[in-house]
Design a protein around this ligand. Structure first.
Ligand code: HEM
Length: 409
């Protein structure tokens, strides 16, 4: 838990987006007070405006399921409509759409992103994890973030998109710039990166089409059809841009903060080493406990009421998934990490409803396989220095985590 939160602070004055609350990780004790005392609360912002901050599980679910009242399209899903890149561009991304546009695109994309697709990727994911671990396994030490948590999801994603191995470093550079733009003070900070990445991905799609590469995601997306509607190549390009944002850092941050949590609970890590059948359950608890996407925004399309508060049309409403995943109304002893928790109904993949994470199955598979191989191969894994946190109120992540382990012979 964060140590910097006074229990007697006036909740009405608190700006949850002020980095002082996030230096030691998500401010879980502050969230607990908000859930109890002010679950739907007006949050004053540094620029003189404000937004509603919503911290309870039930309210986060209700907002997520009511896309007519709470729009993703109207002003986007961040606090500034043009955060990362301009709203005119981001509105082409699934995350920024409302029904009926969202329904149509989601159905087409879902056709190419089925549980069957994920199951077929199992061997590729394990191969990617294996080569990643091979690079450090005999060393006896590593930076878990740079050496393990970054390359695994990045490798899986680039493989899925058909990006050649030699271009991964360039692709990594772009995703880092997009991530940094999310934290940039000025809007539209990633516009130039998006143009470059789009040009590159366009070339990749053309190449895969001309080479007729069977069974690639590009081909599946080109073939997917709903009520006679198909995606155009520019729409596939936009979807790839979304994947670079939605499927990369999220998985990396969950793997890094999840392993950090396990290292802080060595008895539970030891249980996973002894009995890998516990790993799928541990993945769900890691997702709940770390909930690395801390929040997304919606905009009220009409005057409404939530948790006894009157929300006005045009108000921004931020859902704190991190808080919802530790709501004592839903979870017993929510601040305790427990890999034996039965199917926790966490909000790490969003509040449910139409925008529920499209990559949840893939992310779960990546995390499970990574933990299976890590616990099998990196024996006596321990923290060997200070961790460094990502300076963000949106992403709960690490930039550094030195570890040691018994070198493989
Ligand atoms: C542990 C890793 C991940 C986490 C924590 C995560 C979290 C989220 C969250 C919170 C949302 C928004 C849900 C909402 O608004 O209700 C979302 C949406 C989405 N995610 Fe993930 N995600 C992860 C991995 C992935 C992966 C691996 C992919 C694909 C490769 C992916 C693709 C997407 C897409 C396409 C959406 C938009 C869905 C829509 O708007 O309909 N995510 N994710």
């Amino acid at each position: 838990m964060s140590t910097s939160t006074p229990t007697d602070v006036d909740l009405a004055q608190i700006d949850l987006f002020d980095m002082q609350w996030h230096r030691d990780g998500p401010p879980h004790d502050l969230f607990a007070r908000m859930r109890a005392e002010a679950p739907v609360r007006w949050n004053p912002l540094a620029d003189g405006t404000g937004c509603w901050s919503v911290t309870r599980h039930a309210d986060v679910s209700a907002i997520s399921r009511d896309t007519a009242t709470y729009s993703s399209y109207r002003a986007g899903i961040f606090l500034h409509p043009d955060q990362v890149v301009g709203l005119d561009l981001t509105r082409n991304l699934l995350l920024y759409m409302d029904p009926p546009q969202h329904t149509k695109y989601r159905m087409i994309l879902q056709k190419a992103f089925t549980p069957h697709t994920v199951a077929a990727l199992e061997d590729d994911i394990r191969a990617r994890v294996t080569t990643t671990l091979d690079r450090i396994a005999t060393d006896g030490s590593a930076d878990f973030v740079n050496d393990i948590a970054i390359p695994i999801p990045l490798g899986v994603l680039t493989e899925l998109m058909g990006v050649p191995e030699e271009d991964i470093a360039q692709f990594f550079h772009w995703t880092e710039e997009i991530e940094a733009a999310q934290r940039a003070p000025e809007p539209n900070a990633a516009a130039e990166v998006f143009v470059q990445m789009a040009g590159y991905l366009h070339g990749q799609i053309e190449r895969q089409v001309s080479e007729g590469i069977e069974d690639s995601l590009v081909m599946k997306l080109r073939a997917a059809e709903v009520e006679g509607e198909k995606l155009t190549d520019p729409e596939i390009l936009v979807f790839f841009g979304l994947l670079a944002f939605a499927g990369n850092d999220t998985t990396r941050n969950t793997l890094a903060t999840g392993m950090h949590t396990l290292l802080q609970h060595p008895d539970q890590l030891q249980e996973l080493v002894a009995d890998p059948s516990l790993i799928p359950g541990a993945v769900e608890e890691i997702l709940r406990y770390t909930s690395v996407v801390q929040w997304f925004n919606r905009t009220a399309t009409t005057d409404t009421e939530l948790g006894g508060q009157r929300i006005k049309e045009g108000d921004r409403v931020v859902m704190w998934y991190t808080s919802a995943s530790r709501d004592e109304e839903v979870f017993d002893d929510p601040q305790t990490f427990d890999i034996h928790r039965a199917k926790p109904d966490h909000k790490a993949f969003g509040g449910g409803g139409r925008h529920f994470c499209l990559g949840a199955g893939l992310a779960r598979a990546e995390l499970r396989i990574a933990l299976e191989e890590i616990t099998r191969r990196l024996r006596n894994l321990e923290l060997s220095g200070e961790i460094e946190r990502l300076p963000s109120h949106w992403a709960n992540g690490l930039v550094k985590m030195p570890v040691t382990f018994t070198p493989e012979a």
